[in-house]
Design a protein around this ligand. Structure first.
Ligand code: NAD
Ligand code: UDX
Length: 454
């Protein structure tokens, strides 16, 4: 029986520990955070994040072998293995501002672990960090005058929001990086045994620490690169009457390319892709690899362009002015099945329409609260009923691929809107021909528009 602790009760720490607790009933799992509101929410049935299936898993284990607490010092003292899953945002100050990882939360945690430990522990780097962070942290942890020796492992998390529970229950792989020493290998084996409770051993991959850290950044960079690639093709499709979904299908059937992650969109969002690529770019520059840095930077630069061109097209198609026009944004989360709005393309689209003096109404099944924090006191209406959001609007912009938007009565929506009525489908989610037949002017991503305007 092990005492497992996770520091950081966010989108990664909460679901990951809930699944470990669920799958390893013999271990005791405690999750701590400095944010007391978050911990209170984890201890209630109104969890702090929306994730399909999460409440069921938490409810099964909470109070049995899963505990949420704010007593960080006490929990460190009791722990054998400590996962660190605090946030690692992009630095906003000093050297590397706007690019490098802000490591202050991580270092503070390392020092707190050191101050509260009277025996050696295994520290697991769950947060996504620049290559060589584990080694630096090991140096801090092993600098105490108590002679304690800690092992720091890298165990990056590959879950995606919206499918976190499925990803954790049935991961493509679990990656564990450790020192290639006897003590390092022993620590790796302890962690392997935990995951092996439910993950087939052939999917548990052990590497050196640096490969593990770099693999996480590389995986996100490759995934984001595919989206920027198909989005770049979408811009060309719009000029040439090619259909990006047909192109994606045609290239995706090549088994070397594969069909996943080729959905053209208003741009990728989320807390990871941009941050991790900028981190990779910064790392490359710091080693003087400027061409490598420029290569990855372009994935982010193009993504920003894709979102900007979507927003600019709304104004351009609506006779070059949206001032005073009601526009309904359907979706604000950065993807479906989450309430998370971090780096959501909807933030940019909303702000640019506000700058054009549009009357912006936002609907989202799960993200209205986060939309308010993302937009501060910007003048927007947050409306839980999509029909009310669309009532009297000149245009709808689909920004998140919630399936519920496919089931709405678009004849009813059309009838309630100003004419000519526009749909800008930033996710190619809806049936464009059906909308056109109702009377809408439809502007998809990477497909020719369907318009009644002459
Ligand atoms: P998050 O912001 O949702 O959660 C981090 C939590 O850590 C917060 O609740 C914060 O209060 C807490 N925290 C910060 N400093 C602390 C401290 N000193 N002591 C105790 N708690 C502290 O972040 P997240 O989305 O869970 O991401 C965590 C890490 O995992 C990041 O490095 C991220 O890149 C990585 N990651 C995220 C995802 C994802 O989908 N969100 C997926 C894979 C990896
Ligand atoms: C991502 C990685 O997938 C995950 O492995 C990592 O651990 C964290 O970062 P996440 O950001 O939660 O996960 O969601 P993901 O499904 O990757 O989507 C990211 C963004 O890309 C979303 O805005 C999504 O809408 C967009 N996207 C995704 C596309 O625009 N097209 C696609 O084909 C796929």
């Amino acid at each position: 029986m092990k005492n497992i602790l996770c520091i950081g009760a966010g989108y990664v720490g909460g679901p990951t520990m809930a699944v470990i607790a669920d799958q390893c009933p013999d271990h005791t799992i405690t999750v701590v955070d400095i944010n007391a509101d978050r911990i209170n929410a984890w201890n209630s049935d109104q969890l702090p994040i929306y994730e399909p299936g999460l409440l069921e898993v938490v409810t099964r284990a909470r109070g049995r072998n899963l505990f949420f607490s704010t007593d960080i010092d006490g929990a460190i003292k009791a722990a054998d293995i400590i996962f660190v899953s605090v946030n690692t945002p992009t630095k906003t100050f000093g050297h590397g501002a706007g690019m490098a990882s802000d490591l202050q939360y991580w270092e503070r945690t390392a020092r707190q672990i050191l101050a509260n430990s009277d025996r050696p522990k295994i520290i697991v780097e769950k947060s996504t960090l620049p290559v060589r962070t584990a080694a630096a942290m090991e140096r801090i942890l092993n600098s105490g005058d108590n002679g304690l020796r800690f092992q720091v492992l890298s165990n990056p998390e590959f879950l995606a929001e919206g499918s976190a529970i499925r990803d954790l229950m049935d991961p493509d792989r679990v990656l564990i990086g450790g020192q290639e020493t006897e003590a390092g290998r022993a620590a790796v084996n302890e962690l392997v045994e935990i995951y092996a409770s439910w993950v087939p051993r052939e999917r548990i991959l052990c590497t050196n620490v640096w490969s593990s850290e770099l693999s996480k950044l590389a995986a996100n960079a490759f995934l984001a690169q595919r989206i920027s690639s198909i989005n770049a093709i979408s811009a060309l499709c719009e000029q040439t009457e090619a259909n990006v979904d047909e192109v994606a299908r045609a290239i995706g059937l090549d088994s070397r390319i594969g069909p996943k992650f080729l959905r053209a969109s208003v741009g990728f969002g989320g807390s990871c892709f941009k941050k991790d690529i900028l981190n990779l770019v910064y790392l490359c520059r710091s080693y003087g690899l400027h061409e490598v840095a420029d290569y990855w930077q372009q994935v982010v630069t193009f993504n920003d362009h894709q979102t900007q061109r979507f927003a600019a097209n709304i104004t351009a198609q609506m006779f070059n002015t949206v001032a005073g026009k009601k526009i309904a944004l359907f979706g604000f989360a950065f993807k479906a099945d989450t309430g998370d709005t971090r780096e959501s393309p909807a933030i940019y689209v909303a702000k640019s329409l506000i700058a054009e003096k549009a009357d912006v109404w936002i609907n989202d099944p799960k993200a209205l609260k986060n939309a308010r924090s993302a937009l501060g006191d910007a003048p927007v209406q947050l409306e839980p009923d999509p029909y009310v959001a669309a009532d009297g609007a000149h245009a709808l912009a689909i920004l998140t691929e919630w399936q519920s938007y496919q089931k709405l009565d678009y004849q009813r929506i059309y009838d309630s809107m100003q004419k000519p009525a526009f749909v800008f489908d930033g996710r190619n989610l809806l049936d464009h021909q059906a909308l056109f037949d109702i009377g809408f002017n439809v502007f998809p991503i990477g497909r020719p528009p369907l318009t009644h305007l002459t």
